[in-house]
Design a protein around this ligand. Structure first.
Ligand code: SAM
Ligand code: SF4
Length: 315
């Protein structure tokens, strides 16, 4: 269905948990997120039902499973299987990759078609600093290989850029992406507990990438990222720039949090709790009306007022 601005809303980002096995400095507090009762999280059956109603209401063509870290959610495979049965064209996953090695095959069997993996540095000491956990590039390379082996292709890498932390690695990332067979997408940092001076803009990203050759923007593919090539197409990369290049005019997404809150826009205060009506016995039709109302009134743009608690709404 279309919202009041004529945008076709057909993409749901589904957060299946608030919890995570990493503590990335731009995302979560070091102590983790406040533990909430399991009872406050939508059950597998509730998630699948709500996604089916959203799909019947708006006509979903894509669902991305995210979190927190989606692979730590007990029942994530059942959720994916349930969503597959609804008949949604494309089901994808965003993960930090730590559990991908052991789960890729099951994820593919459950219905995941491709994965995005977060990786913010190619240097182990930096990875440890950024994630506050003992992970290495080798772990992520194994995860990528497992995804390839399971047929989860193409693999995209999400890299949040931070000044003085990892912004000197752009040429290295291009080289590594090329040799590994993945596309790297650089992401502008959204406000977090870090000092905003770490923000690296799209233009600065392009400037860094120019060290590897002339950068040219390609035609948009309708996704969130601007697509660029370097040096006559030797490298391809993406930039997700919610500030320098907000894609609000073509935004086709809504979000459902693990607690059952439907969120129409990153900046929006107009969230609606679907969990309460679901638990109070509402029928499909009345839940559908809520979804319809929220989608129709999706805000025109986030207007730069993004306060990121990405672990809550899935990035
Ligand atoms: N745990 C999974 C992961 O890290 O891929 C999925 C959830 S995570 C919240 C989804 C995406 O949001 C990741 O690519 C992460 O880098 C991004 N993200 C989190 N906080 C961010 C911030 N402050 N600015 C920009 N991107 C952020
Ligand atoms: Fe966890 Fe992903 Fe947030 Fe990192 S970005 S703390 S992996 S939810």
């Amino acid at each position: 269905m279309k919202d009041r601005n004529g945008r076709e809303i057909n993409y749901l980002r589904l957060s299946v948990t608030d919890r995570c096995n990493l503590r990335c400095i731009y995302c979560m507090p070091e102590s983790g997120v406040p533990l909430i009762d399991h009872a406050d999280i939508l059950s597998v059956e509730e998630v699948v039902r709500v996604v089916r109603i959203i799909s019947d209401t708006v006509g979903l063509s894509k669902v991305r499973i995210t979190g927190g870290e989606p692979l730590v959610r007990r029942g994530v495979l059942q959720i994916i299987k349930g969503i597959s049965r609804i008949g949604i064209e494309e089901i994808t996953l965003t993960t930090n990759g730590l559990l991908l090695r052991q789960m890729s095959k099951q994820l593919a069997e459950a219905g995941i078609q491709r994965v995005n993996i977060s990786l913010d540095s190619l240097r182990d000491h930096r990875l440890k600093k950024i994630t506050r956990r003992n992970i290495s590039l080798h772990d992520i390379e194994k995860a990528i290989q497992a995804a390839f082996d399971a047929g989860l292709k193409p693999v995209r890498i999400n890299c949040v850029l931070m000044r003085g932390v990892n912004d000197d690695e752009i040429p290295e990332f291009l080289e590594w992406g090329n040799s590994t067979g993945v596309t790297v997408r650089f992401i502008e940092h959204m406000p977090s507990s870090l000092n905003q001076s770490i923000f690296v803009s799209r233009d600065e990203i392009i400037e860094h990438a120019s060290l590897s050759g002339t950068v040219r923007r390609q035609e948009d593919d309708g996704g969130t990222a601007g697509i660029y090539t370097v040096g006559n197409g030797v490298y391809t990369f993406g930039i997700i720039a919610p500030f320098s290049d907000p894609m609000c005019k073509t935004c086709n997404r809504i979000r459902l949090s693990a607690r059952g809150t439907l969120v129409p826009c990153l900046a929006s205060a107009e969230e609606v709790s679907i969990r309460e009506p679901v638990r109070n016995g509402a029928d499909d039709e009345s839940i559908s009306r809520l979804v319809h109302q929220l989608v129709i009134n999706k805000p025109d743009s986030h207007g730069g007022c993004v306060s990121a608690e990405m672990w809550k709404i899935g990035g």
